[in-house]
Design a protein around this ligand. Sequence first.
Ligand SMILES: [Zn+2]
Length: 84
Amino acid sequence: MKMHTAQRRRKAWKAEGNPPCDHPQIEEECYDDGRPTGDYVCTTCGAYVKPDQGQPTASTTEAPQASETTKQSFVRKVLMKLGL
Ligand SMILES: [Zn+2]
């Protein structure tokens, strides 16, 4: 994706109220002459994304939720044992 396209996408995304984006698809950013800038941008919101951090970041945000539900079910089990 061209630098200018990413820039335009970021502006458009901000105009939409800058909603959260989990960057489902990223592309290598390149100059107008086609040379890569070395950066990667989200094709949805235009944000700079590190290619190896896209997925792990999304899964770490899910991890606390998972442990939270595990804790909740554990508490429920304890309460059931106590007959409450
Ligand atoms: Zn995005």
